[in-house]
Ligand binder design. Sequence first.
Ligand code: NAP
Length: 317
Amino acid sequence: MKAITLDSTQDSKLLLTEVQTGALLPGEVRVQIKAAALNHRDEWCRKGLYPNIRDGVTLGSDGAGIVAEIGEGVDYEWLQKEVIINPALNWGENQKVQSANFEILGMPRNGTLAESVIVPVDRLHKKPEHLSWEEAGALPLAGLTAFRALTYQGDIQAGENLLVTGFGGGVAQFAVQFGLALGAKVSTSSSSPEKLKIAKALGVEYVYNYHDHNWISKALEDGDGFDLIIDGAVGDTLNHLIEVAKPGGKIVYYGATLGNPTKLIARKIFWNQLKIMGTTMGSDLDFKNMISLVGENKIKPIIDQVFKFEEADKAMD
Ligand SMILES: NC(=O)c1ccc[n+]([C@@H]2O[C@H](COP(=O)([O-])OP(=O)(O)OC[C@H]3O[C@@H](n4cnc5c(N)ncnc54)[C@H](OP(=O)(O)O)[C@@H]3O)[C@@H](O)[C@H]2O)c1
């Protein structure tokens, strides 16, 4: 079958190549991929900035498709079912944190940028009926991360002020949509006025351009601060978030695109009783509850562009 593998000898670091389909172990299924989606993680792998990366592995954490083959012990009911795949493997039983064996589909295990992928049957969920293949393929990793950040970590309540930074990001777009569905008063930031228009159209209350130096004072004029802030950038912008957090509020971060902060306004953190928390993807229970929220509220991922399989390098760029 055709697959897109990591290959550090290529300029694009990607190789469209023929690979073995592989044999199923007991409890596994082969899903014929109808649509796969990209995450920032795929780009970190391409840049060699992810732990344990290996050439020859098929990239891709996100995908949706049809169960084409089942291994020993798998219920025949799964055959030909339309599914989405939970890319978080071996989370374990502890809701607080993943186990030491936790893995993400698409490195080091072969992922979804291929004609088919092999996963344990317990990673499958029925595809939400209101989603197209492309929408279903775009949901798993970013949707799971946003859902856990907002609910298990952030404990968002209806009526609370929520700020999601960097609306252009995959996780951020879900955090905004899920926050609205859960009844929060949602604000968001972006570097792009066009993206902020899209956020407004979804029902976001206040929007800010994080390159505008006045955004912090504007946010504090618009309200009395945020009960919950969801961020994936960190860097020195963490101090801006500490400024706009309501006393007693929480900042939950799932990524650090801008790296570590060079300084920290520690006094504001303890005086205002702030909680700064980290989060990563989510448990099996988080995934199940995320799918329910998406189904009940008919939430649709925002699709920017759809590419042919052969155009993976263009899509990543
Ligand atoms: N821990 C986890 O489980 C987990 C899961 C998913 C992702 N991540 C990590 O989280 C980060 C984002 O992931 P993603 O897939 O959502 O990325 P993405 O789709 O590539 O989005 C990145 C976004 O970051 C925003 N950004 C850049 N500079 C910013 C700043 N100064 N302040 C606020 N936002 C800023 C930009 O938003 P605008 O375009 O709106 O300006 C950009 O679109 C990555 O580092 C990724 O590796 C972690």
